[in-house]
Ligand binder design. Structure first.
Ligand code: 13P
Length: 336
């Protein structure tokens, strides 16, 4: 077993998953403004420190993805954030892409930037304590999209990123996110997600990336959020497993889904069913941003000094996700 494979398993084993707290300052500002909290560096770290020091971290959160600002911030008692995470039993990760920008040649689609200077930034993050990284490619579905160009270019960038990360002895999270926005059918999501993931592995292979030392972070298979033909959670679970079985090489140790705009309960219930039906060797877990933080953020915004109350909300959500990652979640446990 390689060192990278061990790290990947440590992050995802035994019902653990990932807390994606790597919102860029722009995205975090939107999240804070939506609950009427000023987006200052102090407020951003206060919310995040509140979550990172919650009790459930040690049971349910194997890894936390940070943003550049956060990995360099300190807790209220002067501790480095990676040190806090280590004490809570969680591995430090870092988002290393610099965002998705309009693509020249297909301006309605996006290409993710951040390869220039990446090797040096990785060394810096590794010294700060990061053991894994994230890069997100983003694709939208409509009649002509995602285009061949978008599928190819984003896969190429993800593979170049992953190769550099493994060279620096860290585990890359490869995140090709096919967005749920639109009125497309679940079948279309299935076909397009399959094409996107297959292309990613073709490029990862070309760039000599060790599949056993990466984590795939895909979307689940859903009908577009504006589609009139929504499918059941059971169908989502079955189609998602089928898609991953067909497109992901067996050596990949784990899959950690993004929530992508699903509600907290929907993201939990779908993950639970995926694990109930899982007939693959892949660990199927979570790398949720909104679906782990939304309720906690709403609670915290009412009184940003209510650390205990906020942590109680977060502990519950993290516990429910962890139960779902083992196929042991139920509505009764959710409402207890
Ligand atoms: P969501 O779970 O809110 O989609 O965020 C996950 C993530 O890290 C997106 O890049």
């Amino acid at each position: 077993m390689t060192e990278l494979n061990k790290i990947a398993l440590k992050i995802l084993e035994n019902g653990k998953g990932i807390l994606a707290a790597d919102e860029s300052t722009g995205t975090m500002t939107k999240r804070l403004q939506s609950v009427n909290v000023d987006s200052t560096p102090e407020n951003r770290i206060l919310f995040r420190e509140t979550l990172f020091s919650s009790k459930e971290m040690s049971e349910s959160i194997g890894g936390v993805i940070l943003y550049d600002e956060t990995i360099k911030q300190k807790t209220s008692d002067g501790k480095n954030i990676p040190q806090l995470l280590t004490e809570m039993g969680s591995i430090t990760g870092i988002k290393v892409d610099t965002g998705a920008k309009s693509m020249a040649g297909s301006p309605n689609e996006k290409i993710t930037e951040g390869l220039d200077g990446l090797r040096d930034r990785l060394k810096e993050y590794s010294k700060l304590g990061a053991k894994f990284t994230k890069w997100r490619g983003v694709y939208n579905i409509s009649n002509n999209y995602p285009s061949k160009l978008s599928i190819h270019s984003n896969a190429h960038a993800l593979a170049r990123y992953a190769a550099l990360v493994q060279e620096c002895n860290m585990v890359p999270i490869v995140e090709p996110e096919v967005l749920m926005d639109g009125n497309h059918s679940a079948d279309e999501c299935f076909n397009k997600t399959s094409a996107v993931i297959k292309k990613c592995f073709e490029e990862l292979n070309l760039h000599k990336v060790d599949f056993s030392g990466l984590i795939l972070k895909p979307n689940m298979i859903l009908a577009g959020s504006n589609s009139k033909n929504q499918i059941s959670n059971e169908e989502t679970a079955k189609l998602t497993i089928k898609c991953l079985k067909d497109s992901v090489p067996n050596e990949v140790p784990g899959i950690a889904f993004l929530s992508g705009g699903q509600t907290e309960i929907q993201a939990t219930e779908n993950l639970n069913l995926i694990n109930k039906f899982n007939d693959t060797n892949f660990i199927m877990s979570y790398s949720y941003g909104r679906a782990l933080q939304q309720s906690a953020l709403k609670h915290w915004a009412k009184n940003i000094n209510d650390i205990n109350g906020t942590q109680t909300v977060f502990n519950h959500r993290a516990k429910m996700c962890s139960l779902a990652a083992k196929g042991n979640w139920s509505k009764e446990l959710e409402n207890q």
